[in-house]
Design a protein around this ligand. Structure first.
Ligand code: 4AD
Ligand code: MG
Length: 459
């Protein structure tokens, strides 16, 4: 008989008895009747409970504090008032866990900054309820998308000895008593590291993902990744989740096609399966959000060569803080200008200069670019980074030598180019950036349950 409020509203029959539990959002007294909104997290608005004076504990119930946990038994009825179709006429309300005026989440508008400081309670607010329901549903949609296409789901290691992106952004893994490793011959003593080996938290599951693609053809990872970059921006977190598909016998065009299908699928999914929460975002977070997402789900994504993007930025006449020059990476201001001003929608930038990209990307015949792609979207900037991988052993080892990357620790990666190597490609979608993009939330700290950034390690 116990039901979520969401299911009660979907398939409950008017006139039928019901029982559910949740937390009080508000209590309003009018003409001796208490109107109590109870929310159990299963939907946005919860449900209205009508409690009349005949209830034995009416006095207590009418004084319930916001945040109290209650169990309600009653009858589902048509609601005569505007605002909801149905409500519950209470027959009994038991107070399971009371709350009082010291509860930090009283019914009023709070700033996101304040709510960040009470990350243990903010999931009980409307905005964060909507965000974390959307996040949960999107995670399921990710698996659904790849499962429909018969991609194998592989769990790559979190503790790893390789720095996939080569950016030196690994958090080191040590045992607790290694807080101050002694110096031996001027070099750090790693004996207290991972059983004597140097390891860190993964920045990407790609390299291991490639190995699985070379066995299962189409695979994806979906897990936590970590970056020790000290960036205090609204788009960077030290711990974030990434989805990394990898396809064997595929090139950069196949990669971009998959990325486009994937993003559009997730847009449609959010509109169809998370309609109530998406309407909330449209109304309270970003006006016009629904229209924006609908357009993305239908439009063709633009494809621009990096060189062409540089030319168009240069001839735009716009003034930027960072220089625009062939060979330099695009900064967020450039990425946003491209998608918001030049294209007016998502855009793939293809074939970046070799020297600003990772060692594993496939070298193009021009001798100066690699088969890389970034998907840029308005407001957020880069949401996906990917590439066709260098499948030719000699080209790969040459590049590693040029970049000063030791081959020995990556022997297993190089082995994959020794036997049965083939063209393959993949990408990484930042899950939080996706949630930001689809909800209109502007700070990555507000789409992660308990964000880890250089200034947030509580909880
Ligand atoms: O562009 P990145 O660094 O690419 C890779 O890690 C590749 N190995 C992926 C692959 O080809 N399999 O990261 C991919 C995406 C970015 O586009 C961005 O959306 C997200 O991960 N990302 C971050 N999200 C939040 N905080 C950070 N610090 C992020 N760094 C990257
Ligand atoms: Mg990138």
């Amino acid at each position: 008989m116990r039901k979520s409020i969401c299911n009660l509203l979907i398939d409950g029959t008017t006139g039928e008895g019901c029982r559910f539990s949740g937390w009080v959002r508000s209590v309003r007294l009018s003409k001796g009747i208490a109107f109590i909104t109870v929310n159990d997290g299963s939907n946005l608005g919860g449900i209205q409970i009508v409690a009349e004076q005949g209830l034995p504990n009416f006095e207590e119930v009418s004084r319930l504090g916001t945040g109290s946990a209650v169990q309600v038994s009653g009858v589902l009825v048509e609601s005569p008032a505007a605002g909801q179709d149905r409500e519950v006429r209470a027959e009994a309300i038991s107070i399971i866990g009371p709350s009082d005026e010291t509860y930090p989440l009283q019914k009023k508008r709070h700033t996101f900054e304040y709510l960040r400081s009470i990350a243990h309670l903010r999931p009980r607010s409307n905005t964060f309820g909507a965000v974390f329901r959307l996040r949960s549903r999107l995670a399921q949609a990710v698996h659904q998308f790849f499962s429909e296409r018969k991609f194998l789901y592989v769990q790559t290691p979190i503790i790893t000895s390789s720095d996939c992106e080569g950016a030196g952004e690994l958090f080191r893994v040590t045992t607790l008593d290694a807080a101050t490793p002694p110096l031996v011959d001027g070099s750090p003593d790693f004996s207290q590291d991972f059983f004597g080996q140097r390891t860190g938290l993964t920045v990407s599951g790609q390299l291991e993902g490639e190995l699985f693609a070379l066995a299962f053809s189409d695979i994806y990872t979906f897990g936590p990744t970590f970056r020790a970059e000290n960036s205090n921006t609204a788009r960077h977190a030290s711990e974030f989740w990434m989805i990394e598909p990898e396809m064997a016998f595929a090139d950069l065009a196949d990669d971009a096609a998959l990325a486009e299908d994937f993003v559009k699928y997730l847009c449609r999914f959010a509109l169809e399966e998370c309609a109530e929460d998406m309407s909330f975002f449209d109304k309270h977070i970003e006006k016009g959000l629904l229209e924006r997402i609908r357009k993305i789900a239908e439009a063709d994504f633009a494809r621009l060569d990096y060189g062409e993007a540089i030319q168009r930025l240069q001839s735009s006449g716009a003034s930027f803080n960072y220089p625009v020059e062939w060979g330099l990476d695009l900064q967020t201001e450039h990425e946003r200008y491209i998608t918001e001003q030049l294209i007016g929608g998502p855009a793939f930038i293809l074939n970046y200069p070799r020297d600003i990209k990772a060692f594993y990307m496939r070298q193009n015949d021009d001798g100066r670019t690699v088969a890389a792609m970034d998907l840029l979207v308005p407001k957020v900037g880069e949401i996906i980074g990917g590439s066709q991988r260098e499948e030719r052993l000699d080209r790969l080892t040459d590049r590693m030598t040029q970049m000063g990357i030791a081959q020995e620790p990556l022997w297993w990666y190089l082995d994959s180019r020794r036997w049965g190597s083939c063209p393959h490609a993949g990408f990484g979608l930042g899950f939080e950036r996706l949630v930001m993009y689809l909800s209109g939330m502007e700070n990555i700290r507000d789409v992660i349950p308990f964000p880890r950034t250089p200034r947030h390690a509580e909880f």
